[in-house]
Design a binder for this molecule. Sequence first.
Ligand SMILES: Cc1cc2nc3c(=O)[nH]c(=O)nc-3n(C[C@H](O)[C@H](O)[C@H](O)COP(=O)(O)O)c2cc1C
Length: 167
Amino acid sequence: MNNDSKKLVLRMIPYGIYVLTADDGKGNVAAATVNWVTQTAFAPPLVVVGVKADSGAYKILKDARVFALNMLGKDQKNLAFTFFRPADVADGKLSGQAYRKGETGAPILIDAPGAIECRVTAVVEQGDHHVVLGEVAEAHLNRPLSGRPDASILEMKDLGDNVFYGG
Ligand SMILES: Cc1cc2nc3c(=O)[nH]c(=O)nc-3n(C[C@H](O)[C@H](O)[C@H](O)COP(=O)(O)O)c2cc1C
């Protein structure tokens, strides 16, 4: 395989930007910016996320068995960069961001325009990122959207010419 072609062609896949959150109920709260996300079924509503197998977020998510995907808005590049680093909880905030507990206990970022809460139904343990399958249990619209919903989300291409995750 030509590695340069592999990298470029895989980087043609467009991605939205999300903050994956989870709370194991034992004092460990995860929040990580992710892009490897897609819906895979209508009934029940299912999504998959590719989660770095050696990350703190993955460990907490596996224990919690529930997670949230907080959709970032077009103007929330700063939040994407905040959650590229390991998250910390201080003064009731997650890396400085206000949040509340969702129905499943997963943290919902107050400033994200929307979020879904998911129950983990399967994990495919292959590669350096594992595929986490989640059934959508709750959805939150934190503020009204205008236009197409998929035009409201922050995308990988909005993060700058040199930011990629994939390839
Ligand atoms: C542009 C970009 C996209 C990322 N996408 C993912 C992803 O899809 N899945 C993932 O597990 N990590 C992804 N990461 C890495 C996580 O953001 C990072 O591992 C995490 O925030 C570190 O915290 P943790 O070790 O506490 O989980 C991405 C990083 C960058 C810079």
